[in-house]
Design a protein. Structure first.
Length: 546
């Protein structure tokens, strides 16, 4: 049992559970109206506060630096638990102070101070996320897209999971929900953090068991979608809500069975692997002593390809990309690929985040009911999950079977996001359901593709720092689109004492502009695709040879 409790499979399960509890930033719309009314904010001020939430939730440079520093030496003794502690402290302090100001426990804070509270609360998410995602990438190096997609997918699902808890425990009381956000993620992470460790990867059928985790994630997503639809049609009594929540918790426990089964197979395989390694060492020694042995470099490892005539030919792009592996942050920032990723994420993540931050106000302007708006927020978590999970899994599949470079999939999702923004801008009946599906899936896919592309190009050594730095593009874009674009146009169109706006004119121009920006992101992603196409060809060849 001790060996079962300290494995990379148990680390994956505990990381999944922590991810399921820490996506509170995706549920801002649940309590945004309460925050706006109790603090007497207009829409631009509320958007400013939400931007600091976005900055905190995506500016994970400190979490990346902390992760890299504490995992030096022996990661089993030091490592990710320190990052989880830092996240838990920030989570509790930030949300507790927001709750205290909303219920009047402390005097209404100035806007800059409330922005700091929101930043602190959301910043905890980067610490949880960095510890879980980067640890997963270390433990499953051959399936980076799949494991990142799983971790990011469950983080996307966490919004819908937290709302289910809210609907059961404190429905109709957003202030109590804020207090729950202060307590629940911090408690879960502190209880489970010592199980999240980096382990030496072992050979085995990792893909089969990772697919098991993926299947559980899809089942949970389907279950949540059914619950959201039922809640939109019927008024469920308390006993029904409690029953459905218990069933949801049982589904969340099920990955533990997959982990135990996977570890038992690994334990049975160890004696066989020892025998194989012994034989390989003997054969290797015989080859070295053989006069036919050559010390020539492996053509794949040295960054060259065999031409049709069998001659070695090196290309400057391939050598450049191979030299970028395991660069630190400052070295990575001197490369063109870093900034292409950054600009693409401003276009994709920034416009997507601005959409969910204003979902409540968009729904109100188009006369959606409160139940429909809450359903849209919950469904966004489902679409967000499908994008994160699906893009990670699909990018691995297309890379290993078709040789498609991951930036090509990024370009496709950004093109689809362009269509989604145009659908929301149109304002036809039911447009938010269609638009939120397209934008939500494509927004989520960026969160899976970007960290995986980062680890592909720059290696896993400084992955946490580099991908979290690129992720700052999300709050940068969100500030530009939420405050300077959506908030400005909304307040200009608003009328009446309550500063509200009704009609398609409230958001049409904003989303048409964001559609144009997403289209520009397609061009940037295509440029990155052509720059990395040969590199990904080498990645496939390496895997085939090894």
């Amino acid at each position: 049992m001790e060996r079962l409790s300290t494995t990379r499979w148990i680390a994956t399960v505990t990381s999944i559970w922590i991810q399921c509890s820490c996506g509170s930033s995706y549920t801002f719309s649940v309590y945004s109206s309460e925050l706006k009314s109790t603090q007497a904010y207009d829409q631009s001020t509320l958007d400013t506060v939400s931007v600091f939430k976005d900055i905190g939730a995506n500016a994970g440079i400190l979490s990346g630096l902390l992760y890299s520093s504490v995992t030096l030496g022996n990661p089993r003794l030091r490592g990710p638990w320190v990052v989880h502690v830092a996240g838990a402290v920030q989570c509790f302090m930030g949300y507790f102070l927001i709750w205290a100001s909303v219920v009047g426990l402390i005097y209404r804070p100035p806007v800059p101070l409330m922005c700091f509270f929101m930043f602190l609360a959301a910043h905890s998410q980067t610490f949880f996320n960095t510890a879980n995602v980067v640890t997963g990438a270390h433990n499953f190096p051959d399936y980076g897209g799949t494991i990142v997609g799983i971790m990011k997918g469950f983080l996307g699902l966490s919004g819908a999971i937290l709302i289910q808890v809210y609907e059961t425990v404190c429905k109709g009381n957003p202030s109590t929900y804020i207090l729950m956000l202060a307590l629940l993620p911090a408690f879960v992470s502190l209880v489970l953090m010592f199980y999240v460790r980096i382990y030496k990867a072992t050979t085995g059928d990792d893909k089969k068991h990772l697919n098991g985790f993926s299947a559980v994630a899809l089942i949970i997503a389907g279950y949540l979608m059914i619950m959201i639809i039922l809640e939109n049609i019927f008024t469920l009594p308390l006993w029904a809500r409690i029953s459905t929540l218990i069933l949801l918790l049982l589904l969340l426990v099920s990955p533990l069975g997959i982990a135990i089964k996977a570890q038992k197979e690994d334990l049975r395989r160890l004696p066989q692997m020892d025998s194989i390694h012994s034989n390989l060492l003997t054969e290797h020694a015989e080859q070295i002593t053989s006069p036919k042995f050559s010390t020539a470099e492996d053509p794949i490892e040295s960054g060259v390809l065999l031409s049709g005539e069998g001659q070695m030919q090196a290309t400057s792009d391939e050598n450049m990309l191979l030299n970028e592996e395991n660069l630190n942050l400052l070295q990575a920032m001197r490369t063109i690929n870093f900034w292409l990723l950054f600009i693409a994420m401003i276009c994709g993540m920034g416009s997507g985040l601005a959409t969910i931050n204003n979902m409540s106000q968009i729904g109100e302007s188009l006369s959606y009911t409160t139940v429909e708006i809450n359903s849209l927020v919950s469904l966004w978590s489902i679409w967000n999950f499908l994008g994160r999970f699906g893009a990670g899994y699909l990018s691995d599949y297309l890379l290993h079977t078709r040789g498609w470079a991951r930036p090509l999939l990024m370009a496709i999702t950004l093109a689809t996001m362009t269509v989604g923004h145009m659908v929301i801008a149109s304002g036809f009946p039911g447009n938010l359901y269609i638009g939120s599906i397209l934008v939500g899936i494509c927004y989520g896919s960026q969160w899976s593709l970007m960290p995986t592309i980062t680890s592909d190009i720059y290696g896993v050594g400084h992955m946490g720092t580099i991908f979290n730095t690129i992720a700052t593009a999300s709050p940068v874009g969100s500030y530009i689109f939420s405050v300077r674009l959506i908030g400005y146009i909304y307040d200009k169109e608003a009328s009446g004492e309550d500063d509200t706006c009704y009609g398609t004119q409230c958001f049409m121009l904003s989303f048409l502009i964001m559609a144009s920006v997403a289209l520009f992101g397609v061009l940037v992603a295509v440029a990155l695709f052509f720059r990395t196409k040969r590199f990904y060809r080498l990645v496939v060849l390496r895997r085939l040879m090894h």
